[in-house]
Design a protein. Structure first.
Length: 505
């Protein structure tokens, strides 16, 4: 949705229909300069015959009684202004201050109902507004936290399209009272609700709208009017030129803030400037076509050449294969290698591992890391492989091993390590030097040093491996033909991942 800018006419039409139309047309001319925004005009409805107490109907010594009486329009006159809004492409918004006015809004077909801050907890009025099921925008100036939550819940529970406006009801509002951090607070408190900023600062002050844009406000409201020789605007209403400056400031702020719904797209100059500062990959020794790049094959140095592989290409998820011979000290160019990225495949594997751990209610210790052994590649992991969670490795060692349904682990033995398997979940078929053992939850079996063994599971299995110290390169396979290099990918369990695994089903 585009940001919505609402122009509040209030009583600035002065009770004169033609002057109201002039305000609409002059503001429309300004809005045409900023097509990146949506626009609405807002009126205020009061049924003065019942809104004002009978004893005060003629009390012109009371400021707001006089103001409301002097600028009163009939519903027919408001209908004329509403038609002018539609002709000029504005969304129509109206603030009712009593129940009769809500009915008039519905009859005349307004797009939105706006709730003024003074009516924010007027529960009889809110009940009436909710009953007509129109989109609602509410300002919450002066309300307590518990009241804001109550009103939000009130409209949520009734499935009303609801937006909330931060507002300070001080006319005009000085900078030190604007409380713009409330936009952050409201967005954090109600992330599913569109948050806006209804403003009453000096009309020449464009700093607040820039800040509100930067904080993520999506609706903006400002009082507007057109001064004449007879009409002087109040201290918080903007004339068309001030609205021009206000919208220009907002537009500039949006340009400066840039993308907010995802990571931004880097432009060519930025990438070129970054590339000029990166370390390039150079080979330590002659490499032949078909060689899989390993850590002892290269060194990193500055400067690099255009199109050269750089340090950021050395992800553990990238398998880099030379497609051309490379001489010692030469750079490796992207066009001369093939790169296979296994990240997406590893992510899917981790999801399957997590789901099986959670199904089994197996607790993974905090700080654990996991090695995913994909002997014939990640794409064949669900047929051949195993996941090993490293828990402890001292003079004694504990691992948690996860075998997915239908997965098997190739024949191998250990020279230095003796291990005992304790089945925690599912079933495991263990081939122990040709002796097939079918293991189930609770079974325990020891695999001695130099004993060839393999295992598989049709159902999926999780088991503890309790052993003497684990040593790197202490696994010797019967047949390593076709094994990938590297054969393992290490992943670390994040707090979010552990919370998912260890939570109750």
């Amino acid at each position: 949705m585009k940001p919505l800018f609402i122009f509040e006419m209030a009583n600035n039409h002065q009770g004169i229909v033609e002057h109201g139309k002039r305000i609409i047309r002059e503001i429309k001319a300004i809005c045409d300069k900023y097509p990146q925004f949506d626009y609405g005009f807002k009126f205020q409805y009061r049924n003065l015959d019942t809104f004002i107490h009978p004893d005060y109907q003629d009390r012109m010594d009371i400021k707001n009684v006089k103001r409301f009486k002097d600028t009163k329009l009939t519903q027919e006159q408001f209908a004329e202004l509403l038609e002018c809004l539609k002709e000029n492409g504005f969304q129509s918004i109206c603030t009712p201050f009593d129940e009769i006015s809500v009915d008039n809004i519905v009859t005349q077909g307004y797009d939105y109902i706006k709730i003024a801050s003074c009516s924010f907890t007027d529960w009889p009025l809110l009940e009436k507004i909710a009953s007509v099921n129109k989109p609602v925008i509410a300002s919450c100036a002066g309300s307590k936290e518990v009241e804001v939550k109550a009103v939000v819940d009130f409209f949520r529970n009734r499935n009303i399209n609801f937006s909330l406006m931060h507002c300070v009801a001080e006319y005009p509002t000085v900078n030190e009272h604007l409380q713009l951090n409330q936009v952050d607070y409201l967005k954090k408190s109600f992330p599913d609700i569109r948050i806006g900023f209804s403003t009453h600062e000096d009309p020449s002050n464009t700093i607040p709208v820039r800040i509100a844009v930067a904080k993520g406000a999506a609706i903006f409201e400002r009082h507007v009017g057109v001064p004449t020789e007879e009409i002087t605007l109040n201290g918080y209403s903007s004339n068309p030129s001030q609205i021009d400056a206000w919208l220009a400031a907002a537009a500039e702020a949006y340009d400066i803030c840039g993308c907010c719904n995802g990571r931004y797209e880097s432009h060519e100059k930025e990438q070129a400037d970054l590339a000029a500062l990166k370390r390039g990959i150079f080979v330590k020794k002659d490499l032949k076509k078909g060689h899989v790049l390993k850590s002892d094959d290269y060194f990193l140095a500055f400067p690099c050449s255009e199109g050269q592989l750089v340090a950021s290409d050395l992800s553990k998820y990238n398998s880099i294969v030379c497609q051309k011979d490379v001489k010692v000290n030469e750079p490796i160019y992207k066009e001369n290698v093939s790169i296979t990225n296994t990240y997406k495949g590893i992510v899917e594997v981790v999801k399957d591992i997590n789901n099986l751990l959670r199904e089994a209610n197996v607790v993974v210790p905090a700080g654990s890391s996991c090695e995913i052994s994909h002997h014939y590649g990640v794409e064949k992991y669900r047929q051949v492989g195993v996941a090993m969670i490293d828990c402890v490795n001292r003079e004694y060692c504990k691992k948690i091993l996860i075998v997915l349904p239908g997965q098997n682990h190739p024949n191998h033995y250990h020279v230095k390590k003796e291990e005992t398997f304790v089945i925690l979940h599912g079933t495991l078929s263990l081939n122990l030097a040709g002796d097939i053992k079918m293991l189930k939850k609770g079974d325990v079996v020891t695999v001695e040093r130099n004993v060839m063994h393999s295992f598989s599971s049709s159902t999926g299995c999780i088991f503890e491996e309790i052993s003497t110290t684990h040593y790197i390169n202490d696994s010797f396979y019967e047949n390593e033909e076709g094994f990938t290099n590297p054969r393992k990918t290490k992943v670390h369990f994040t707090e979010e991942m552990l919370s998912f695994i260890n939570s109750e089903k």
